[in-house]
Each structure stands twice: as C-alpha cells, then as structure tokens.
Design a protein around this ligand. Sequence first.
Ligand SMILES: [Zn+2]
Ligand SMILES: [Zn+2]
Length: 322
Amino acid sequence: MSRLRVGRRGSPASRSQMRHRPLVSNPGSAEHSAHVPPTEHPLLPSCNGAPTTGSMIVQVLGCSGSIAAGCRTTSFLLDDDVLIDAGTGVGDMPLDALSRVEHILISHSHLDHILAIGLLADSVMRERSAAGRGPIQVHALPETIAALRTHIFNGVIWPDFTRLPSADKPMLALVPIAVGEVLEINGKRIEVLDASHTVPACGFAVDGGSSGWWVYTGDTGPNPKLWERLSSMRVAHLVIETAFGDDERQLARISRHLCPAALGHELQHLAGTVDVHITHIKPGERAAVMAEIGRLGSPHKIRALEIGDVMRMADEPKRAYG
Ligand SMILES: [Zn+2]
Ligand SMILES: [Zn+2]
C-alpha cells in the first residue's frame, strides 16, 4: 500500500487531511474562479512539509500559461532543493527557500519556463559565495542550454552567471541531459521524458517509490512516444498541459500545445484511473477550458492545478510481523 495525497499549503485542514479538492465537475465555483494570493501559501518546506525518509513532496509554485494577478508561470518545487522549470512562480519563494535550491530541471527554452533562472542566481549569489557553495546545477537538453547561453546569459539580456561571480566559482553550471536518461539527484530518481513542442523539449517523471510516478509532460502537443513510455510506468500523478481552449485548436496545433479535444485523445492512451492535473491554462481561460475538459467524459480524475497545491508521495511504513 502507498499513500499519495494532494493538499494545499497554508490551510490547516489540508495539512491534516491532505484530501483532493473538488474535481473538474464544478468549474464555475468560486474556488475555481478565484486565485489565492501567494502570501497565503508560505513556501517553507521546513515548516510543515519537511520530507521525511521515504517521502517526497511536490509544491506548485506556478501553473499558468502566462501572467496576471494571482497567476504565475510554470514551476514546481520538489522537496526543498530541486526546481522543475523556473517560471515566475519562483519569485514567490522567500530568500532562504531560494538559497536551498541546488538543482533546476528545465523542460525547454521558452521564457515562461526559464526566466527565473538568472534572477534566482542573482538573488542567492552573495549567500552562496560567502558560504563557499558550488554552482546551482541547471539540467536541460543541449539545445536548451545553447539557447540559454546565446539568448539569456549573453551579457546583454542578463549577465553570464556561468562565469560569475568568477569563472572558477560560478553561480550556475549548465548540465546537458537526454530523453530517456534517469537522473539521480539528492536521492531522487528523475527520468527525462519525450515532449513534442516547437523547440526541443522534454518532460520529467519523478520516482515516488511505492506511491508510483509523478509525471510532468512539459509543454507538448500530441505525443505517442510519451504514452508508449508511460504505459510501462505506474503513474500516480499526471501533470499535463492544456494551453488553449477548443476555440483555438488551430493555434494549439501549430504551437504544439494541447486543447481539451486533443487532451481527450491523448488521455485515451493512459490506462486506469489516474489523478490528472491540468496546467498551463492561460489567465482568464480557466473556467472555459475546464468546462470543455469536463465534457470529455474521461475515466480519469481531472482537476485544474493551482498555486499552492502540494502533492505528497510517501511509502507506507512496513508492517512488522512476528
Ligand atoms: Zn513552450
Ligand atoms: Zn510554456
């Protein structure tokens, strides 16, 4: 048996019960239309969500396709030391939480997923340098690394933190990864998944032990390779994008994103009944997109991801016999 729970930080009830919030069946509710100010979600894993042996938590820092008040772009915090994507949600982390980040996994080069890398490096540089800590490891596909070097850390858009504060003790190290590779990061196993987007892209699957895998698709259009791989994984949580409504399905198709109709086709390849969390909806489109998804009639438990959501994966303690 395993425990696998979803709750929201900042709510005593959620911390004690860690239950699923309502699914997509009620997209017009106040809960679904109102974004919660980030100040209600202190991002302090050491306060109430400190990982214990055999457990792991994923906190949602940002899950919107763009910005507006209450909306942050894609970023997830795995325990307290690994970021998966570095969108604007990173900006809500307190400085001491930022300084604990040792690894950043990047799905692709688009701005909504990378813009906090350089800002984070700037924010924590003094403390990390004073403590003599090594560089933050930024793991990404080679093409993504090339794009970051050419277009971001070029001394024009932003300083080159792969050579600052000094070339021999930089803030950032860019580490190439490949689809299919399994990364071992601070005791966590993370597999790099295929994605199909307008630029080279990937997703990530985090091994939750007996809880199953936490899977994030990254930005992707329809992608048979993803489902082929997931068919041999026990997926506990699937975080999948739906960037556009069905009224913009052509835009979704040419920009290699999903719309609800395309999501429905994709989810037909996912066996069983899985907790599916929708991410990357554009600000203002949430109710409409979730209503369209609700009409798919999918066997999966589909809900819209929200800032502050916490997904916890924990091995059940072994029962002692005799
Ligand atoms: Zn993208
Ligand atoms: Zn994106």
